[in-house]
Design a protein around this ligand. Structure first.
Ligand SMILES: Nc1ncnc2c1ncn2[C@@H]1O[C@H](COP(=O)(O)OP(=O)(O)OP(=O)(O)O)[C@@H](O)[C@H]1O
Length: 309
């Protein structure tokens, strides 16, 4: 992958980041690092602060506590604005504009605009440039919004549930567009979604937030290999021994069978069948078990100096 000379650098570095509204905290003590060039899924229950975090990264919101940097710059700075594109859930496009007029506006507003990239994305969806935005389907509108975002040639693309209103086929197709464009240009993507299978198919990095901050952060492969799915019998001779040594993320009993997702600390003894979990199993276990100690892999650990530089 071409990282555009950004390999090893941080796209986002957040330290103790928090946002409080009158009614209370929307995001608290959020500390993580997103290395440049990654496609990162942002996961959390409703109301856990995903949109708030994206607002802080894109300078739509100001933090109450802590700090955040985008490629080392303050989100409100000229550099961070130039390098960041944000696609909000509502995808604000002018319904009366044609697709061509929409792209022309993108060109006029953005010095780094790449007309060819934007047009290619639109054409690949067989959308006529003369069509009015208001006459497009939801999937076609999302494609035009993607074209606008990628046409800006951002180094960081922030997407708030970009596929939420699309059917599975269009979601699958636009996920491929997103991955191909990001890989070609070395774009870092931070994308919130509740579709865990979509994330499994597109993301190589993961950030899970829930009340109280970051629950999981790091490379998908690292996160998966840190966990084991154990299955054993609940009672009787040879039943599975206790798992005290290990971090038990979640343990469920179904009939006489026990299933446990654990972060093993050394070999697991006893009468367990051990399997590798998939990403959906890990994510669901963490979302259901907010008390589990967080797992932040070394590449996702923020440096307080870099986050506040
Ligand atoms: N402008 C605001 N004023 C007051 N409270 C707000 C505001 N925006 C968000 N909140 C509150 O902050 C919390 C986090 O909201 P946020 O939209 O960031 O969550 P989310 O994870 O994106 O949720 P969802 O998955 O439902 O989109 C919620 O309790 C929400 O009610």
């Amino acid at each position: 992958m071409d990282n555009g000379g950004t390999a090893g650098t941080s796209a986002i570095e957040a330290y103790g980041l928090g946002k409080r509204y009158r009614r209370g905290w929307a995001l608290q003590d959020c500390t993580f690092r997103l290395p440049a060039g990654r496609i990162c899924g942002l996961v959390g229950p409703n109301g856990s602060g995903k949109t708030t975090l994206m607002g802080l990264v894109t300078h739509l919101l100001k933090p109450t506590t802590g700090s955040v940097r985008v490629f080392g710059a303050l989100p409100g700075s000229e550099e961070a604005r130039r390098r960041t594109a944000f696609l909000a859930q509502e995808k604000p496009l002018f319904r009366r504009f044609t697709v061509a007029e929409t792209l022309r506006l993108g060109r006029e507003l953005n010095p780094r605009w790449e007309q060819q990239t934007a047009e290619d994305i639109v054409r690949a969806g067989d959308i006529p440039l003369g069509a009015r935005i208001g006459a497009l389907s939801g999937g076609q509108r999302t494609r035009v919004a993607f074209a606008l975002a990628f046409g800006r040639r951002p180094d960081l693309l922030v997407l708030d549930e970009p596929m939420s209103d699309l059917d599975p086929l269009v979601r699958h197709e636009l996920t491929s567009v997103l991955m191909a464009e990001a890989a070609e240009h070395g774009t870092t993507v931070l994308m919130s979604s509740h579709h865990l299978t979509d994330l499994e198919n597109s993301c190589d990095y993961l950030l899970v937030i829930a009340s109280g901050g970051v629950r999981l952060a790091g490379e998908v492969d690292e996160i998966l290999t840190a966990h084991t799915l154990l299955t054993g019998a609940r009672t009787g001779r040879g039943g599975p021994p206790r798992l005290d040594r290990h971090t038990v993320v979640e343990s469920r009993v179904s009939g006489r069978q026990v299933t446990a997702l654990v972060r093993p600390d050394g070999p697991v003894a006893g009468d367990w069948q051990a399997d590798s979990p998939n990403l959906e199993e890990v994510l669901l276990a963490y979302l259901r078990s907010p008390g589990t100690p967080p797992l932040v892999s070394p590449s996702a650990q923020a440096d307080p100096k870099a986050a506040a530089a």
